[in-house]
Design a protein around this ligand. Structure first.
Ligand SMILES: [Fe+2]
Length: 188
């Protein structure tokens, strides 16, 4: 169990970041510029980036892991990111938690002090990034009701996401600065 973590961004894979951003615009959120990430093969837009745990919209623009994820599972939640202070120690503390270290982590730990956790049946990857300190900014993604098995609560607790993320048997929804958003509407 990770003792010290903090929610970072929530990443959603969509067919069009522009369309998703347009859906969010009437709510008055700060929509960042469109950025192209050639290495990842994605087009990305951060919503309320300067707040802790912003919303990240991602659109695949060439073949690669994100395009494969979109082809396989369709648009939806891609990863929940958390910040930690000691990557190796914190990952080691997850032994027997049910989380599995994604093989891509070998590369990403070396390049960017970032690891990925996965669990069959859990509807998102967990991105774990090492930071020198954990921020105390206000949350933008205040709450996430995640359509998944109730038993996933234990997995969320192990990574310190239990106060931000709850499991639900109905559709996944987000509370962004007090506004309730259905994930289905965002990715439509
Ligand atoms: Fe991310």
């Amino acid at each position: 169990m990770i003792l010290n973590s903090r929610p970072s961004h929530v990443a959603v894979l969509v067919h069009s970041v522009q369309r998703a951003a347009e859906y969010l615009r009437p709510f008055g959120f700060k929509i960042g510029p469109e950025e192209i990430w050639d290495g990842e093969g994605t087009k990305e837009i951060y919503v309320e980036r300067e707040k802790a745990n912003s919303l990240l919209l991602m659109e695949p623009i060439k073949p690669g892991a994100y395009q494969r994820a979109l082809d396989k599972r369709g648009p939806g939640l891609h990863h929940l990111a958390i910040d930690v202070l000691n990557l190796e120690e914190d990952i080691a503390s997850l032994a027997r938690s049910g989380w599995l270290l994604h093989p891509t982590s070998l590369k990403t730990i070396a390049h960017s002090r970032t690891a990925y956790l996965a669990r069959p049946g859990f509807p998102a990857l967990i991105e774990v990034q090492e930071r020198e300190k954990l921020g105390d900014e206000k949350f933008f993604v205040e709450h996430l009701s995640l359509q998944t098995e109730h038993s996933a609560g234990k997995l969320l607790q192990a990574i310190g996401l239990e106060s931000m993320v709850a499991t639900t048997s109905s559709s996944t929804e987000l509370v962004l600065s007090g506004q309730r958003i259905m994930l289905q509407d965002l990715i439509a």
